[in-house]
Design a protein around this ligand. Structure first.
Ligand code: C2E
Ligand code: CA
Ligand code: CA
Length: 590
């Protein structure tokens, strides 16, 4: 999907300025132009003479540093120094300036009011015909907002705002650390603890008091776990525990599920019971995600046993393998029997209100089970050959459909999900080329491949090079479910993607949760700063759309626009303006 990219001009403005400035001497005739650039630039510009005394600064300099022009004239710029850098840092900077005539990098200075000023700085040395230094020119932009957003994103995506416990992502990280530090003698338990009848309590006490109950329980859990492990809040009334040096006979586990007695909420102390699922590493020798999922499954067993107890996950590999084998055979058969279908969910431009594209989402019409959603069969084939076969089927089916739409005059794009395992495989790339060859009339920029951040985990350079190859043949690449994985600023900056899709778990709740709103705002801000388009998914209402528009999000996708639908319905939908009032006012969709 091609998005009008206002961000490009944003992030490249300082480069344009640099180039412009180099050209200023040639443009000396055109002093008016130089003057205009100097006075109107959003970046601070400071010019010093050959002895490095300030001879001019522009308005942006005054705004960013807080010093007036009059205050700084004839001074050496070292009054801006924050003391944050070593002598060696400045020495290297000057050396490169003298040798190469320029230097570019990040630096922390200090404003007049004492605040630190992180800046992206470009320095240039100008020389006369004889090679003697005549001027130094410094051009810098203020990185304060960028840094602040990056910090907020880190905080918001690692901690739960209500209880201040680490959140799910953070717990996954700690489990990963525990695995990597484990010696052959190490055992630890991953547990999921869920309060019994919390919904009922919520109704009885009201939302606010129920929140306080959660805070109190978080505190008690933290005390119970002590220095033996970690506690995180991973859902409404769901907590995850990582307990070191625990085996199945340990009464530590028993202690965790003892009833919680809370004073001060009701006339008599409130008794809260909980159910807990436990899985033991290395008996269950799985990755962090799977360990949590196993503990969650065991927690349901504890609930089934009547609650207020704990149950172990049974890593009955034999059975699991048999089940997986059966699913694989089923799916191989289903591909041949034509039991799969793609549904499509519209993606709409928030500004122009046009239908830009649709995400292809797979559905399985199972002869016995009826309509089966992807979450119920994709995880079982993760990392297997059959997964690649299914991805290939999806690719071809999506391109077939796109060709039909284009032939019918519906010039939209299609987004295709690719699993991290298949995307890096040469065979996937080949399949893609074949599919493109089979549809010569399709322009590649109408095809967007959605990948998860975890694609970068195993082999960052392999992922980067494959994504680059996709983009070289003209495809768009989107980073899916952003915010749930590692929310890493470096992935956002370094992975070669055109678009960032903010995960629906944040978007759906952004109107009620200040924390989730902060994540949506920060991801949007950062993505734009890095020159990427932003798609919000899980947009459930007009109020969401209005807010996202304000935040500057480019594209929306979600039940509030339309649910995923069969291809024929999408065509009809695009013709009848089935969009929510408020978003669409008699505007043609395409
Ligand atoms: P995803 O890529 O994040 O896809 C978006 C999911 O969010 C879809 O679920 C969609 O129906 C749902 N959704 C969209 N708007 C809303 C909303 O406003 N509220 C809520 N609550 N949900 C919304 P679906 O179709 O069940 O797909 C689930 C996941 O399965 C997808 O998540 C994707 O990871 C995977 N998947 C689906 N189709 C394919 C496929 O063809 N290939 C691969 N590799 N993965 C697929
Ligand atoms: Ca997706
Ligand atoms: Ca997604």
């Amino acid at each position: 999907m091609k998005i009008p990219n206002q961000a490009e001009s944003y992030s490249t403005s300082s480069i344009i300025l640099e180039n412009t400035f180099q050209g200023i001497r040639q443009l000396a005739k055109n002093e008016q132009l130089a003057e205009l650039i100097f006075s109107e630039s959003q970046n601070a510009i400071m010019i010093t003479d050959r002895c490095n005394r300030i001879i001019d600064v522009n308005a942006a300099f005054e705004r960013i540093t807080g010093y007036t022009r009059r205050e700084v004239l004839h001074h050496n710029p070292n009054f801006l120094s924050s003391g944050r850098h070593t002598r060696a840092f400045y020495r290297d900077m000057w050396q490169s300036l003298v040798e190469q005539g320029k230097w570019r990098g990040e630096l922390v200075n200090r404003r007049k009011d004492g605040e630190l000023l992180p800046e992206l700085l470009s320095l240039f040395l100008l020389r006369d015909g004889k090679g003697d230094i005549t001027h130094h020119v410094a051009i810098f932009s203020d990185l304060t907002r960028l840094k602040k957003h990056a910090e907020e994103l880190h905080l918001a995506s690692h901690f739960d705002a209500l209880t201040l416990l680490p959140n799910r992502h953070q717990m996954l990280r700690r489990i990963r650390e525990a695995i990597s530090e484990a010696s052959p003698q190490t055992t630890f338990a991953v547990c999921v603890l869920d309060l019994d009848n919390f919904q009922q309590l919520n109704r009885q006490l009201g939302h606010r008091a129920a929140d306080n109950v959660l805070i109190a329980i978080a505190e008690k859990l933290r005390e119970r776990v002590g220095t033996q492990g970690d506690v995180a809040r991973i859902g409404g009334d769901e907590f995850a525990l990582l307990l070191h040096d625990v085996d199945s006979g340990d009464d530590q586990l028993q202690q965790m599920t003892e009833s919680f007695l809370l004073e001060g909420f009701t006339a008599t102390p409130l008794v809260i019971k909980a159910s807990m699922g436990v899985t033991l590493f290395p008996l269950d020798n799985a990755d962090p995600d799977t360990l949590l999922r196993h503990a969650d499954q065991a927690m349901y067993q504890a609930k089934l046993q009547g609650g207020n107890t704990f149950a172990f996950f049974d890593p009955d590999h034999e059975q699991k393998l048999k089940d997986q084998q059966a699913v694989r055979e089923d799916i191989t058969h289903a591909i041949k029997a034509g039991e799969f279908e793609l549904h499509f969910q519209p993606q709409v431009d928030t500004q122009s209100q046009r239908l830009l594209g649709a995400e292809a989402l797979i559905r399985w019409h199972h002869p016995k089970r009826g309509l089966v959603m992807p979450d119920q069969f994709l995880p079982q084939i993760s990392g297997t050959e059959i997964e690649l076969a299914l991805d290939t089927w999806v690719l071809n089916a999506a391109l077939d459909q796109l060709s039909k739409w284009h032939a019918d005059g519906l010039m939209i794009s299609v987004s295709i999900n690719a699993t991290p395992q298949s995307i890096v495989r040469e065979s996937f790339y080949k399949t893609l080329l074949q599919a493109l060859t089979a549809h010569p009339s399709l322009a590649p920029q109408f095809i967007c491949i959605e990948v998860l951040e975890s694609v970068a985990l195993d082999d960052l350079s392999a992922a980067t090079s494959m994504l680059n190859r996709l983009r070289e043949i003209g495809l768009q690449v989107a980073l899916d479910d952003f915010g749930t994985g590692y929310s890493s600023l470096s992935y956002l900056r370094n992975l070669p993607v055109d678009l960032v899709k903010i995960d629906r778990s944040f978007v759906m709740t952004m109107l009620e949760s200040a924390q989730d709103l902060a994540i949506v705002e920060s991801v949007t801000y950062l993505a734009k700063r890095f020159g990427k388009g932003v798609v919000a998914e899980g947009v459930e209402s007009c109020a969401h759309i209005d807010k996202l528009k304000l935040i500057g999000c480019d594209v929306v996708q979600g039940y509030g626009v339309a649910k995923p639908m069969p291809a024929e319905e999408l065509f009809a939908w695009s013709q009848t303006a089935g969009l929510p009032s408020g978003l669409m006012k008699n505007l043609p969709l395409t």
